[in-house]
Write a protein that binds this ligand. Structure first.
Ligand code: GTP
Ligand code: MG
Length: 421
């Protein structure tokens, strides 16, 4: 085929041209690998399951090490989450592994809210990532991504059916995290019971609409994985193998005829770790981010389904906010004016009352003054009259002493009339 034909086939504006020799961009995948290796990887597992179901043991078995961890008591007042991060190295690949485990799950009498702390924990990790993404100076390449990539849900090996706590919790988690149900301590169930139990669990999950993680490679036959955990090793043949020993025999953790541990390890770590990380980012985190941004008022389309840019949304939100602010300000101003008016009226009323009181007191004072003046006048008159009478009496007395004693009786009479006797 001629070069021009190839170019036409490649579509408009883009021509495919043959290379005359080695250029070197075929090393791009290697560059990608090298970059990833130098950056290191992170993987976060959440173990949800009742106290003592073997969560810690399974983690130790999966990663072939002994992580620290104290067994929980059954007396926790509520469900808590315990998170530990470890740096692991295998060949030249570094893995920052975080194991989060529920503490006290299934131990409360009222289990209604048992799922809530788990959901809140998952959301908190999404929120932290979103906040980092929304920063002007993002440091995502250095950021310790704590979003949960896989949630192992430990089902008790009852052989019956799922508990309502299991169904409710898995239903609440399925839109937030990749849920992988596992039957814990599966050495407690017989082979035939286990087959029935798996079928029962799968049908219950389907009928309750629980969306568990779909492994890209079809491995439905083993789901949910029946696992056994142990770090105890025993030499069988010429190999050291992980076992659980019982008085009646030995169960080998990595023997596919004994349990699905190897399948789980294969699916979780060796084949799908990257898919779990990818699904977490592109499905679960994307959903969280979309809901959060919509809650904040951001939309991709306006009410007429026309595309809406971030800038426009921001402007619209800003204008809405400014409008509200102005409205609030006007309300405050009106309220202030009203209050001032009320206070003014109150003050005017008080002033009026004060004036009236003053006028009343003034009048009272004037009346009192007038009364006193009248009294004074009448007293003055009395004093004058008294003086006149006194003068008259003295005159009479002097006349009497001249006229002799015969007149005494008459004078006494006159004195009596004047009020001196
Ligand atoms: P908490 O952290 O306290 O909730 O417990 P856990 O779920 O981490 O359980 P852990 O791994 O501490 O195991 C509890 C007990 O169960 C230990 O005695 C383990 O040896 C035992 N156990 C763990 N895995 C299995 C298993 O697969 N089968 C059996 N039969 N016992 C197991
Ligand atoms: Mg534990």
């Amino acid at each position: 085929m001629a070069a021009t034909d190839i170019a036409r086939q490649a579509g408009e504006g883009c021509r495919t041209v043959p290379l005359a020799g080695h250029v070197g961009f075929d090393s791009l995948p290697d560059q990608l690998v090298n970059q990833s290796i130098s950056q290191g990887f992170c993987f976060n597992i959440l173990c949800v399951g009742e106290t003592g179901l073997g969560k810690s043991t399974l983690m130790d078995t999966l990663f072939n090490t002994k992580f620290e961890g104290e067994p929980a008591t059954h007396t926790q007042p509520g469900v808590q989450l315990q998170s530990n991060t470890y740096d692991l190295q295998e060949s030249n690949v570094g893995l920052k592994l975080t194991i989060v485990s529920t503490v006290g799950f299934g131990d409360q009498i009222n289990k209604e809210d048992s799922y809530r702390p788990i959901v809140e924990f998952i959301d908190a990790q999404f929120e932290a990532y979103l906040q980092e993404e929304l920063k002007i100076r993002r440091l995502l390449h250095n950021y310790h991504d704590s979003r949960i990539h896989a949630c192992l849900y430990f089902i008790a090996p009852t052989g019956h059916s799922l508990k309502s706590l299991d169904l409710v919790t898995m239903k609440k988690l399925d839109s937030k995290v990749n849920v992988i149900p596992v039957i814990a301590k599966s050495d407690a169930i017989s082979k035939s019971e286990l087959t029935k139990f798996k079928i029962k669990i799968t049908s219950e999950l389907v009928s309750n609409g629980v969306q568990i993680y779909q492994f890209p490679t079809d491995d439905e036959a083993h789901l949910p994985f029946a696992v056994i955990g142990s770090t105890e090793e025993l030499k069988i043949g010429n190999k050291m193998v992980k076992v659980r020993q019982y008085p009646w025999g030995t169960v080998q953790v990595e023997n596919e005829a004994h349990c699905d541990f190897v399948k789980l390890r294969e699916m979780l770590i060796r084949v799908n770790m990257e898919d779990l990380r990818e699904q977490t980012h592109s499905r679960h985190y994307e959903l969280y981010r979309r809901c959060k941004l919509e809650e904040m008022g951001f939309k991709d389309t306006d009410p007429d389904s026309k595309p809406f840019s971030l800038q426009e949304t921001y402007e619209a939100k800003r204008n809405e906010f400014l409008g509200e602010l102005q409205k609030k300000e006007e309300e405050m101003r009106q309220m202030f004016v009203q209050r001032v008016k009320e206070k003014e009226a109150e003050l005017k009323e008080a002033e009026k009352e004060l004036h009236e009181k003053f006028d009343r007191l003034k009048k009272l004072h004037q009346d009192e003054k007038k009364k006193l003046e009248d009294k004074k006048k009448s007293l003055d008159d009395e004093v004058n009259a008294f003086k006149q009478r006194k003068t008259a009496a003295e005159l009479l007395q002097s006349q009497g002493s001249q006229a002799g004693g015969s007149q005494t009786l008459k004078r006494d009479k006159e004195k009596k009339n004047l009020g001196f006797l």
